[in-house]
Design a protein around this ligand. Structure first.
Ligand code: AMP
Length: 541
């Protein structure tokens, strides 16, 4: 017997309709590429996204066609989120930090037909446009009178001239909720990037889940500054959850340095933020150097890479800001787990609470998790056994766009992460499977080794990798970037590990480097680091 409830497709257009009706006066504040601050409301976003939809209809762009963005976090990008997907096209957020050849490969693979890009990326687009064979229209996200002459990009139009002339009335089409809504390519540390193709249904379910109190806890009382880019898995879904809840959105545009982010947080009463650890390092560095405090910031979600304990402590103890450690992947839209304590943990001593906060967190309802051993059998959730982390759920990829075969194993998506899960459901990543170090048959967690180094006051960043060893197979070394003006020697750092980890896990060596190579989403690129250190030989080998 079927239930007798209404069966309305979950469509992204309903989010922006809701935002307009229920919190139309809610503010959206953006720092523009030009440096000035732009302000408008959810009602304006709704009107302008309908103009975007009319502009796309005017081009006779078919349903399902890909419209790419090469853009910062800002209001025009937000309008495209709703206008493109809402009208039945697929929003493809392209990562501008990739190498131009990769941008070309991705644009051709996605078969982008329209590309909207910001002035900051004009040189990039000038370098790649001739090789992007499917693009019919290039749109520069600028005012009509700011379109530069002689860019060399055929038919280039300005965003404002493009959408400005359109009516702001539009009837959103109704279609199957499983229709594709947006796509995002994975960081691609090996081989070609792969695309997750999200649906309206997966996006809305994720938006609901993300807003829950024990997930990101987004509400109408928040002012949220997503530092995580809108080209990195849809800014972790924040734009959608924001439309659903009616929080204020504050977009930092291109100014992601500590000073600019701090100033915007203070002037806009930001209560909440989200980003990868590398960004917060810049912010905390700026705050410390200038003896600053936050007056409104309460919480920040940190994910994308393991959050070093020193960062959780600094936010909590020095600034009274709660860190929510999160784990996710492009293939998971991206949220998988969030680390929020249970009631029974609240009375624990600080050191015990810290141990929990360092975990990646509890699986969100909608994400099923298991860990398996080499034989594929499930391992116990006892917080000790570790194995390959597998997930499934309605916002997890089933196939990659144009993928040759499904990545699933018996219906489960293998994440490539190695993890433990404890009896309370808290998952902790010990490593990426390819980053794991195996010494004398025993695993060493590179994350643990990095976290210890990062706790040293002179260390700005640390990356642990395994080096070939004739006897032990692999031994860990740690590459370290020192804080400006700080000093520490190799021997001091090795001694710092004493008592903090098993003796055989202490790295064999410390290599001081000027910088750790970072990928396009701010994560450490260990493959590149290995190339940089290719001539390195372990001491005594
Ligand atoms: P991406 O798809 O580029 O977001 O990368 C996903 C990968 O980032 C995951 O499979 C993890 O290896 C890593 N990752 C994300 N969040 C965390 C976290 N909180 N701790 C450790 N690794 C993380």
């Amino acid at each position: 017997m079927l239930g007798l409830m209404q069966n309305q497709p979950m469509l992204i257009s309903s989010l922006i309709d809701y935002a307009e009706r229920h919190h139309g006066d809610g503010e959206i504040v953006s720092r523009r590429v030009e440096g000035d601050i732009h302000r408008y409301t959810w009602a304006d976003v709704a009107k302008r996204s309908r103009q975007v939809a009319n502009a796309l209809d005017g081009m006779q762009l078919k349903q399902g066609s890909r419209v790419a963005t090469v853009a910062w976090n800002g209001y025009r990008h937000l309008e495209l989120y709703f206008g493109v997907s809402g009208s039945g096209r697929v929003l493809h957020t392209l990562n501008p930090r990739l190498h131009p050849d990769q941008v070309v490969w991705i644009a051709n693979h996605a078969e982008d037909e329209v590309v909207c890009f910001e002035t900051s990326f004009l040189a990039l687009i000038q370098a790649v446009h001739a090789r992007c064979t499917t693009v019919k229209q290039w749109v520069l996200m600028c005012d009509a009178d700011k379109l530069p002459a002689d860019t060399g990009i055929p038919g280039l139009i300005s965003y404002e001239a493009w959408v400005g002339k359109e009516a702001n009335t539009y009837t959103w089409p109704v279609f199957d909720e499983n229709t594709a809504s947006s796509m995002c390519y994975t960081s691609g540390t090996t081989g070609h990037p792969k695309a997750a193709l999200y649906s309206h249904r997966s996006t809305i379910l994720h938006a609901y889940a993300a807003a829950l109190p024990d997930v990101m806890c987004i509400s109408a009382r928040d002012s949220i500054l997503p530092v995580v880019p809108m080209f990195h898995v849809n800014a972790w879904g924040i734009p959608y959850s924001a439309a659903l809840t009616g929080c204020k959105l504050v977009f930092p545009g291109p100014a992601l340095d500590g000073k600019s982010v701090y100033e915007l947080m203070e002037t806009e009463g930001v209560t909440y933020s989200a980003g990868v650890p590398t960004v917060w390092q810049m912010l905390l560095g700026h705050m410390k150097a200038n003896n600053l405090k936050f007056s409104t910031l309460k919480r920040t979600v940190i994910g994308g890479s393991a959050c070093p304990p020193a960062m959780i402590t600094a936010f909590n103890d020095d600034y009274g800001v709660e860190v929510l450690h999160a784990w996710g992947m492009t293939e998971l839209s991206p949220l998988g787990t969030l680390c929020t304590l249970k009631n029974k943990h609240l009375g624990l001593p600080e050191a015990e609470k810290m141990k929990i906060r360092l975990k990646q967190g509890r699986g969100i309802y909608g994400i099923d998790m298991k860990i398996v051993g080499d034989d594929g059998n499930a391992l116990p959730h006892d917080g000790k056994a570790y194995g390959d982390l597998m997930v499934k759920g309605p916002w997890v990829v089933r196939d990659y766009y144009k993928g040759e075969s499904s990545p699933l194993i018996n219906g489960w998506f293998p994440t490539g992460d190695v993890a433990t899960i404890d009896a309370d459901g808290f998952m902790q990543i010990t490593d990426r499977s390819k980053d794991v170090i195996k010494s004398g048959g025993e695993w060493i967690s590179s994350i643990d080794i990095e976290n210890i180094a990062m706790a040293h006051p002179a260390v700005q960043m640390a990356a642990c990798i395994g080096m070939r060893h004739p006897k032990w197979d692999e031994r860990p070394i740690v590459a370290v970037v020192k804080k400006p003006g700080a000093e520490v020697t190799r021997d001091e750092l090795i001694a710092f590990y004493e008592g903090k980890t098993a003796k055989w896990q202490v790295p064999d060596d410390v290599v001081f480097v000027d910088a750790i190579p970072l990928g396009a989403t701010g994560k450490m690129l260990k493959t590149r680091l290995r190339e940089v250190l290719k001539d390195y030989v372990l001491p005594g080998v």
